[in-house]
Design a protein around this ligand. Structure first.
Ligand code: KIV
Length: 300
């Protein structure tokens, strides 16, 4: 395995090798893990060709792709549909799928069955939200050989309980509870834990307390990795974003400009050109009595 200048191994994804769950676990305290969401084959290819370690088929698909107001709207069938699309891109990145709301809350058996649907669709692991209360379900999934990623802090499936999308763990007792919850789910078998929207110092405490990698989103730089929603990162949406989002692209603005240029060209008769058209052979054109370069000879 190649080594970086700092002596750390080069992540598998950057060498075009598949990223595995043990490889993710081994990155605790090492080169930060890079995770990004993807929801279909094109976004999976973008993420994978960029060499990310983990592709998360997040239930954020509900909001950023399907236009819902929250993540509570997506079902296991919806998630499996998007997981399969991502898997068809054959990414080297580890594919992790969100278990949607109510797919793991009723019983451990139900959770295993729903997680298996996502694994059969192409996920290598599942992610679920919540702390100590999820321990029996995490144990059941791990017993069924399904790797589990945890998710603590702002947990979007709890939007109504948390009273909106708010920073969590801001008081001493809430911060201590987060450390306790993270320890409980890591002990239960989670191979990594997402920390969403918690103060940087709290993320640092949790990261120091658990033996598995933490992956932050709005949790500061002291986690073992970072995750962003790909639409935010690429600027595919230009709505006001939370402060933790850094836009690395302007795809929405680029897309609007490109479609507007296309519309102008069509309306002005500049698109398509003759070179962008199919043509008859000279014999067929002659038999039909049309010039070989005539726009009337265009075929499908
Ligand atoms: O669904 C999602 O996109 C997520 C990330 C915000 C971690 O869970």
């Amino acid at each position: 395995m190649a080594q970086r200048n700092d002596g750390r191994p080069v992540p598998a994804a950057q060498e075009g090798r598949p990223t595995t769950v043990p490889a993710v676990q081994a990155r605790k305290g090492g080169t930060p893990l890079v995770m990004v969401t993807a929801y279909d084959a094109p976004t999976a290819r973008i993420a994978d060709e960029a060499g990310v370690d983990i592709v998360l088929v997040g239930d954020s698909v509900a909001m950023v792709v399907l236009g819902y107001d929250d993540t509570l709207q997506v079902t296991v069938a919806d998630m499996a549909h998007h997981v399969a699309a991502v898997a068809r891109a054959r990414p080297q990145a580890l594919v992790v799928a969100d278990l949607p709301w109510l797919s793991y809350h009723l019983s451990a058996e139900d959770a295993v069955r729903n997680a298996a649907t996502l694994v059969r669709a192409g996920a290598a692991a599942v992610k679920l939200e919540g702390g100590r209360v999820r321990v029996p379900v995490i144990r059941a999934l791990v017993d069924a050989q399904i790797p589990v990623m945890g998710h603590l802090g702002l947990t979007p499936q709890s939007v109504h309980v948390q009273g909106g999308y708010r920073v969590q763990g801001q008081q001493a007792d809430a911060a201590a509870a987060l450390v306790d919850e993270a320890t409980a789910i890591a002990d239960a078998g989670c191979f990594a834990v997402v920390l969403e929207c918690v103060p940087r110092d709290v993320a640092r405490l949790v990261t120091a307390a658990v033996p598995v990698p933490t992956i932050g989103i709005g949790a500061g730089p002291d986690c073992d990795g970072q995750v962003l929603v790909i639409h935010d990162l690429l600027g595919l949406e230009d709505r006001i974003a939370p402060k933790f989002v850094r836009r690395y692209g302007t795809l929405k603005a680029d897309g609007v400009a490109a479609v507007a240029a296309y519309a102008d060209d069509v309306r002005a008769g500049r698109f398509p050109s003759d070179a962008e058209s199919y043509h008859l052979s000279e014999e067929v054109a002659a038999a039909l009595g049309v010039g070989p370069r005539s726009s009337a000879t265009r075929t499908a």
